[in-house]
Design a protein around this ligand. Structure first.
Ligand SMILES: Nc1nc2c(ncn2[C@@H]2O[C@H](COP(=O)(O)OP(=O)(O)OP(=O)(O)O)[C@@H](O)[C@H]2O)c(=O)[nH]1
Ligand SMILES: [Mg+2]
Length: 314
């Protein structure tokens, strides 16, 4: 096994999803395949936040595969199950794709409901990109919460990255506009815009987000920004209603799955792929600057199910 680059990611996923995934793994101990096995598998998937439809469809696909390949023992199914999950994730375009910092500048909007982890993710991304030698600007587009600007400035200081802010209460689209201008003037590679948390049911606030997106389109000559929905994994499927509403306001280009370290379940990733049809780009695995990992489907599943991982995925 060559875990190489994704070793840390696999270990982290393994640690945080330990209990749930051990339960899944245990199902695949080497015993004859019975109806109870299929029921147990579906139940485990449901417990892991996969959702009813997806749990059913995964179970029936694996069942068919067992018939087709004449597999009679659960142990022989584990690898096939891991491949199946990985393939389902990988067929979503953009899955695990890192943000592109080669624009002039590239623009990333972080959007989501209150407290989902937008500011933290902006800070973590700034720190990662900076360490890759990119010139980054953080845009303090959350002008609602007075403390939000200070919070982002603290992240900027830690990462050694410039923060563009206006005063509390100002227009967030204007902050993003300023940031793009500042990036152009200084030749920065990327603008990471931290937007205010908002309930997806507040139409005026959703319209404000749409305005930010329009300003970026206009300033970037029609090039759409990366609009990442920051989703708290602890919310599970309850977060999906938000996703739809945010998707109506701005064309979402992916999900950052935060607080995965607190969720202890892995199924939510499957549900995002299968139901939201959005690529997961990053996973938040803690509160620190280093606790953000690119989402690599095969490594993620290897961590989840404790199967071998061939590092041919770079
Ligand atoms: N354990 C853990 N905590 C996280 C993660 N991401 C964010 N947090 C914590 O979640 C809380 C909220 O994070 P913020 O980044 O302020 O969330 P936000 O979406 O910007 O919040 P608002 O601006 O108020 O909407 C903070 O205490 C963060 O430290 C993560 O991946 N793991
Ligand atoms: Mg915030």
């Amino acid at each position: 096994m060559n875990v190489g680059l994704w070793d840390g990611f696999i270990t982290k996923v393994k640690n945080v999803t330990n209990k749930w995934s051990q339960g899944v793994s245990n199902l695949f101990s080497d015993s004859p395949i019975t109806d109870e096995f299929w029921e147990g598998l579906e139940e485990r998937l449901l417990l892991g936040d996969v959702g009813v439809d997806v749990a059913e469809s995964l179970t029936s696909e694996l069942r068919q595969l067992a018939i087709d390949r004449r597999i009679a023992h659960t142990g022989e199914l584990k690898g096939a199950f891991a491949d199946m999950l990985t393939n389902r994730l990988e067929r979503i375009p953009g899955m695990g794709e890192p943000i592109d910092a080669s624009g002039n500048p590239s623009v990333v909007l972080l959007v989501g409901v209150n407290g989902s982890g937008k500011t933290t993710t902006a800070g973590k991304l700034a720190s990662i990109l900076k360490s890759q030698g990119k010139s980054v600007i953080l845009a303090a587009a959350d002008t609602y919460r007075a403390a939000a600007i200070e919070q982002l400035k603290a992240w900027g200081e830690r990462a050694g990255v410039r923060v563009i802010a206006q005063e509390h209460g100002s227009d967030s689209a204007a902050v993003v506009y300023d940031s793009i201008q500042a990036a152009r003037a200084s030749g920065a590679d990327i603008v990471l815009a931290d937007t205010a948390g908002r309930l997806h049911t507040k139409s005026n606030l959703m319209e404000e987000l749409a305005k930010v997106h329009r300003i970026v389109l206009r300033e970037m000559g029609g090039a759409a920004p990366d609009a990442l929905l920051v989703l708290d994994s602890v919310m599970g499927q309850n977060g999906f209603v938000q996703a739809e509403a945010f998707g109506k306001a701005v064309p979402l280009t992916g999900v950052v799955l935060t607080k995965f370290d607190n969720s202890a379940k892995g199924g939510i990733a499957m549900a995002i792929a299968e139901k939201l049809r959005l690529p997961i780009r990053y996973v938040g695995l803690g509160e620190g600057a280093d606790d953000l990992e690119r989402f690599v489907p095969r490594a993620f599943i290897a961590g989840l199910l404790d199967v071998d991982y061939d590092d041919d995925d770079r």
